[in-house]
Ligand binder design. Sequence first.
Ligand SMILES: Cc1cc2nc3c(=O)[nH]c(=O)nc-3n(C[C@H](O)[C@H](O)[C@H](O)COP(=O)(O)O)c2cc1C
Length: 410
Amino acid sequence: MAQEYRIVLANAGKIDPASLDDYLNAGGYKSLEKARAMAPKEVIELVRNSKLRGRGGAGFNAGMKWGFVPESAPVTYVVCNLDEGEPGTYKDRTIVENDPHLLLEGMAICAHAIRSKQGYIYCRGEYPYVVEHLNRAIAQAKQRGVLGDFDIEVRMGGGAYVCGEETALIESIEGHRGEPRFKPPFPGVAGLWGKPTVVNNVETFANLPAIIKNGAEWFASIGSPSYPGTKVFTLTGDVVNRRAFEVPTNTTIRELIFDLGGGIPNGKRFKAVQIGGTSGAFIPEHLLDTPLDFDSMRNAGVTLGTGAVFVMDETRDIVDVVTRIAKFFEHESCGKCNPCREGTFRSYELMKKINAGQATPDDVQKLTTLSKVMTKACLCGLGQAAPTPILTTLEHFRDDYQRRLLAAIS
Ligand SMILES: Cc1cc2nc3c(=O)[nH]c(=O)nc-3n(C[C@H](O)[C@H](O)[C@H](O)COP(=O)(O)O)c2cc1C
């Protein structure tokens, strides 16, 4: 029977998130002290050896990313991605609501490693109460002097999904329209105001105090070897326990949904699960024994994404769900690049036609070709991943499409 294993949610429900004393009594800010006694290079090496990989979607080795920041750079920035715009994801909010100082400590450890004096937390516009938690914690930390000369400011987004993409986020902090930049240069070399910048997800930063305290080997030994540690998943949809679970990364999808999530309610049968958020793959029953680590998921054609887990029972209409998702992307495309601006529009048009029972197999062929082009031609991950629900449901739930069409798919 799979069980939770808590690193980033270790204090959740145990300490008062509004109390710095509670955090300090639980051993808080000791890891920062320990990191500050080390050379910046040593901290980067330790984090690299822990094999901590980004928890915001792309799964890049955190220590390696920090290592791209030139040692000689006079000004560097630490940016925390708390945009969490992916529908069905609430893991970052859960971490910050329960333990805001854990995030601040993680950011300060990174700041020491890249010699940064200034950090920013980019918070989703729909989370005003989270900003309150953060501002209170920052004020407490400053008053007690625990952050030293590292300062942190919170910036709020305006509700655009694309602003979770790291370069669009940087544009938005700079006060510009949130549109992704061409890469390279990557933020580690030229990020915020052109200066070397580390952008990490909340959960990535929140793992750092435990890694510094317990060592790289300890972390690397938990869960799956190539993507070690834990991952917070948020369960939604047709599942008994709809909440956040932190589990070792070798936990399988089936264990998460059936052992921890309590299975499908009301005696219904499982039909599909979408992992990773709106741009995630739809997974059928035969893939449920895949471990929830980045590489196992990728080998199964799935991206781990943000950790959103949307469970669907046998009564869900897959084509209708995917049509709604296509509408979401048509709305959220920032319009900077043509393949995404036009592609998301046409995908939604074709999905509406299929959903209305007015499409032919030729329309499905057009949708497939368009989707494949978008995965290659779009500028950023929004357009590249938007077709994933379409392509994976066409692969695994083809009968659901067939039933809607005017003629048989060849
Ligand atoms: C459209 C889009 C939205 C994204 N939204 C988020 C988000 O809400 N939070 C997040 O941490 N990363 C998000 N990302 C990934 C970021 O670009 C970036 O990879 C991440 O913040 C890096 O942090 P990590 O290495 O700690 O995962 C998004 C990417 C794309 C393409």
